[in-house]
Design a binder for this molecule. Sequence first.
Ligand code: MHO
Length: 212
Amino acid sequence: HYLDIPSEKATFSMGCFWAPDSLFGSTPGIITTRVGYAGGTEGLIPTYRNIGDYTEAIQLQYDPNTVSYLELLKMFWDHHDPTAKFKKQYSSFIYYHNDQQKAEAELTLNEKKAKGLDVLTKIEPAGQFFNAEDYHQKYRLQQHKNLCKDLGLKTGDDLINSHVAARLNGYVVGQGGIDQFDSEVSKLRLDEAAISYIRQLVIKYEGQGLHC
Ligand code: MHO
């Protein structure tokens, strides 16, 4: 059972948080995901409408024996433009949870800079993470209301804590691809109707990339 698997946290900001939620959700080794707000002024309680100086962030629970932090960092760098100037809400941040993550984040940042890239990414210690509103959790999956209902995903907490929700939030937009879906589908304990519904979405959207 996945709850017995050793897990670590990773927290990234890389623009609108819907896309990395799907990107990482179907990545092997990711256990659960949640989207929220990080990195702002202590004492301010951020919301989507009143985000203050927080960034939209994704927090991952991952199994370090299956996916390394360096692999997650590679995905972080490859899936947003760290040289683009945005307002703070969409700015590029790595929030590290321990000294090793900090060192590896700095290593990869320095590699980018050594290539002459004007990288704006900041590396900061992970502070308090505020969950985003329920409708932002597994946003792509939530567009399939009947599927969520059939899977018993009713509340924001259901969506945050469910491994299956994390995987399907990627698969419904084609992330992970059909071969990976077929190879892990038996572990997800879905009924036949759900499997064929999701399968046609994976096939339809595979390779089309992510957007917000
Ligand atoms: N363009 C998107 C951004 C949402 S994101 C969670 C929208 O406003 O619908 O910041």
